[in-house]
Every structure is written in structure tokens, then in C-alpha cells.
Design a protein around this ligand. Structure first.
Ligand code: TYM
Length: 332
């Protein structure tokens, strides 16, 4: 079976709808067809300031949400990045293969550091994508299921894998991005020109999966549309309506064409009311299941411990090969 690997940051509160539709949903779907490794990337999270107790709680919360979303520890390997020290170790090797200019061109770094100011942005934030490269290469992943905003990081991963293989001999699988066109970018409900994100979206534009279902329904109902009245998918002319159709279609399995037909001659309000209901039906059991995992931290921690053990077996082997190729003297 081909292997997939992906990661998600432990954020405060909960995952948002973009995380779920753009990535996590695919992770769940790939569990049976692929040898799947998924992790909560706490080392990536500390590239920006974190309150220690909150980081710990958010890491458990992230794992609980992944399980609630449908990851099954019997069918995939779910773990916490810092439990597998090989990530930091291979990260260092990859740092030493990356050009300073090459790292400087990463657009997520440019955006985030611009927002923080160059004195507050850390070197960790700068090398963030290179740690991500190590994450992926350690598992010899064939595919990496992510949203569109991660494409450049996967490109960097390919470049560095090829560079390492060219310089030291075949070592790493060169991975491909796995990005579904339909859900690659879920947009802000109030500003459908920007992606939905914790940092850029206003509260009304962002759907947090663990929010009160009623509040979520309200956000859908007040989503920005346009002055036209036709319910039709057109990402350029009608970004707001198109975003709602994408969300609706993905959550229900009805195609966009079917939805266009269903809402022919109807008003935007009808679409929003129905989608609000679809959302409530989705988030209500998701919240309950997440809470169940949180209420039983021992089970949660033991799932993560088993996952880390499985992950380490794979990661340690790859790291040993990489160290050897580079010429680091093995410890006897
Ligand atoms: P993160 O935690 O920011 O986001 C997790 C996943 O959600 C996707 N995503 C979206 N997809 C569609 N529309 C949106 N509006 C949207 N917002 C977020 C992201 O593309 C991502 O797939 N750097 C990564 C974490 C990471 C990783 C890795 C990923 C660390 N190591 C190794 C893959 C492989 C990140 O910050 O994702």
C-alpha cells in the first residue's frame, strides 16, 4: 500500500472548517487504501509563542478532534510530533541542505513574519518548512494530503529529497501533494477572496468546529454572497455562493450540479437555511465525540503512545540511513 503522511497544528479552541474539508476529511478517507501516518505538529506550533499549559491541552484537543473526525488508531498511525525525536534530528540535516535564499522564498514565512515584525519572528518560524520536509521524508511518504496553502512546502520537500538523493545516493521517496481541487481552499464566509484561517479571518468569517452549533448556523446564514440572485457555481463572479456550494456538496455528497438544480429559482436564503442545518448535523456529533475523548485522557494518551511507537520504528530506520549517507560516525 502506498504511504501517506500529514500533520496539523494544535490550535487553541478547535479546528476550523477549512482544516476539516481541505485536509482531515481526506485523511479519514485514505486510511483504508493507504498506509497512513498522521500527526499533531506541536514542534511546529512553538514557532510562535505558546502558553505551556495551553499547548499541552491543545495537543490533546487536536488528537481528540482527529479521532472524532474518524481517524481510527487501528487503521492509521496517529501520533504527536515531539514524541518522535527523529523529526528534529532529520530537520537539522535538512536545514544544512537548504539555501538561505530558498528558505526566504517560502510565502507562508513571508506572510507570517510580516505580520509579526522581523524582531518577533523567530528563526524557528524561518526553518518551519524544513522541519516539515523532515516530517514527510522520515516516513518515505508517497503522498501528502493537504490544502492548497501547503503546496509550496511539498515542492520544497521534493526539491530537498532530490537534492539529498543526488548528492548522497538514493535515500528518500520523492512525495507528491495530494490536494483535492474542490476543497483545496475553503474561503472566509465574510471575505470570500481570502482563505478561511484562524489568523486572518474575523470571527464571523470563520467556522470553528467546536463552537455552539447555533452560532455556526448563524454564521452560515449571514455569509456574504452577491447582488445577483442565481444559485450557481462561479468561483470568479460569485465566490461567496460558490464557497457555500462547495461546503454543502462536500458535507452531503450531492454534486454541485445537483445542488444548482435543486436551488433553481430559489433564493439565497433557502440555500443558507439548508446549509446551516447540514452544518449543525455535522458539528453536533463531532462535538460530542471530541468531548468523549477528552473526558478519557488515559485512553487518548495510550492511543498516542502506541502511535508514537509505530512511528518511531519507521522514523528511526530512515534517520539511521540518512545519517550514514551523510557520513556521521555511528555510535558504537
Ligand atoms: P495547518 O495546521 O495550518 O492546517 C492543517 C491542514 O488544513 C489545511 N487548511 C485548509 N484547507 C483548505 N482551505 C482552508 N481554508 C484551509 N486552511 C487550512 C492545510 O492546508 C493543512 O493541510 N504546515 C502544516 C502542518 C504540517 C504538515 C507537515 C502537513 C507540519 N508538518 C507534514 C503535511 C505534512 C500546517 O501548518 O497546517
Amino acid at each position: 500500500r502506498p504511504r501517506v503522511l500529514s500533520g496539523i497544528q494544535p490550535t487553541a479552541g478547535s479546528f476550523h472548517l477549512g482544516n476539516y474539508l481541505g485536509a482531515v476529511r481526506q485523511w479519514v478517507a485514505l486510511q483504508d487504501s493507504h498506509d497512513a501516518f498522521y500527526m499533531v505538529v506541536d514542534l511546529h506550533a512553538i514557532t510562535v509563542p505558546q502558553e505551556p499549559a495551553e499547548l499541552r491541552a491543545n495537543t490533546r484537543l487536536a488528537a481528540a478532534q482527529l479521532l472524532a473526525a474518524g481517524l481510527d488508531p487501528d487503521r492509521c498511525t496517529l501520533f504527536v510530533q515531539s514524541h518522535v525525536p527523529e523529526h528534529a534530528q532529520l530537520g537539522w540535516v535538512m536545514n544544512c541542505l537548504t539555501g538561505f535564499g530558498e528558505a526566504s522564498r517560502m510565502t507562508q514565512f513571508k506572510d507570517k513574519s510580516a505580520r509579526q515584525g522581523s524582531d518577533r519572528a523567530t528563526v524557528g518560524l524561518f526553518t518551519y518548512p524544513i522541519l516539515q520536509v523532515a516530517d514527510i521524508l522520515l516516513y518515505q511518504a508517497h503522498q501528502v494530503p493537504v490544502g492548497e496553502d501547503q503546496r509550496q512546502h511539498i515542492e520544497l520537500t521534493r526539491d530537498l529529497a532530490e537534492r539529498f538523493n543526488g548528492r548522497f545516493g538514493d535515500t528518500f521517496t520523492v512525495p507528491a501533494p495530494y490536494i483535492l481541487k474542490e476543497t483545496a481552499k475553503i474561503f472566509d464566509l465574510q471575505e470570500p477572496a481570502i482563505k478561511m484561517s484562524k489568523s486572518a479571518s474575523t470571527p464571523k468569517g470563520l467556522i470553528n468546529l467546536l463552537d455552539e452549533p447555533k452560532a455556526t448556523a448563524k454564521k452560515i446564514k449571514s455569509a456574504v454572497t452577491d447582488t445577483d440572485t442565481v444559485i450557481r457555481y462561479d468561483a470568479v463572479e460569485k465566490p461567496g455562493v460558490s464557497n457555500l456550494l462547495t461546503i454543502y456538496s462536500t458535507l452531503t455528497g450531492e454534486t454541485i450540479a445537483e445542488l444548482e438544480k435543486k436551488y433553481e429559482g430559489k433564493m439565497y436564503g433557502a440555500l443558507k437555511t439548508d446549509l446551516a442545518e447540514v452544518m449543525v448535523e455535522f458539528v453536533t456529533p463531532f462535538r460530542t465525540r471530541t468531548q468523549e475523548y477528552l473526558d478519557d485522557p488515559e485512553t487518548l494518551d495510550s492511543i498516542l503512545a502506541k502511535g508514537a511507537e509505530k512511528a518511531r520504528t519507521v522514523a528511526a530506520e530512515t534517520l539511521a540511513q540518512a545519517y550514514e549517507k551523510v557520513g556521521l560516525l555511528p555510535a558504537k
